[in-house]
Unconditional design. Sequence first.
Length: 285
Amino acid sequence: MGELFTVALLNPMVNLLVLLNNLLFGSFGLAIIAFTILVRVVTFPLTYRQLHVTRQMQAVQPRIQEINKKYSDPKRRQEEMMKLYRESGVNPLGCLGPMLIQFPILIALYSAVRIALPNSPEALEKLSSHVYDWAYLQHALPMREFFLGMDLRHPNLLMVVLVGVTTYLQSKTTVTVSTDERVRQQQAMMNVMLPLMFAFFALQFPSGVSLYWVVNSIVGIGFNILIYGFQPLGIEPFFKVRAPQPAPAVVPAPAAAAVPSAPESRTPTHGPGRSKRQNRRRRPQ
């Protein structure tokens, strides 16, 4: 599995970074920016699918909360939820596919950036083992490590701050709708904790990796605005995703009042409006 990951994902990404470095005037910082944008654009269909399913799940959250309050039996609650998903056309596992596909891509992307920033002769030799045996690529090694005055091989305080800020902005542009006060408090806490956590990680990582994360977050913000819009600035979604409308609850109709049946039509053969039995009773003895 590790060999397949290296051959199918890691090596192509490392070589793409080296190629972009050559095309962009030997600037490895520009290569990281172009590389991140290119990969995110290529994987946009997966991102769109994931955000679309997330939006569908948010649309049925009020009904799910009603079911949780109404039914205490876990089995009955699960049955009602599955019925709601079927009626609304929502697949609760629909976002797992895109996530599972994107996960190895993101790992390879992160690993490629780290490998392409050798900080020792041993690391440079490791980089050479990943680069294809093409003169155009091999002659580019080693690549310049400086970008905008910072050494991409070492942490940088400015990049640490940018990692925290862009991560926070990306979480704020991700629409999360919940009527549960506890859930909203948890979401607000995560919106603060995640940026702090990634900023702490950036203190340990090369600034080239932080540059990748900042660009990745900025592109993610753009995707969120395209799909969700941004109401504080009056920006409407570019992709009009129709939110699923849960099927209305079926209300049993009240029992109809008994309506007296119309009298059976009689053929007036023995007097107008009289039956045969009535005529026999009235016949003189």
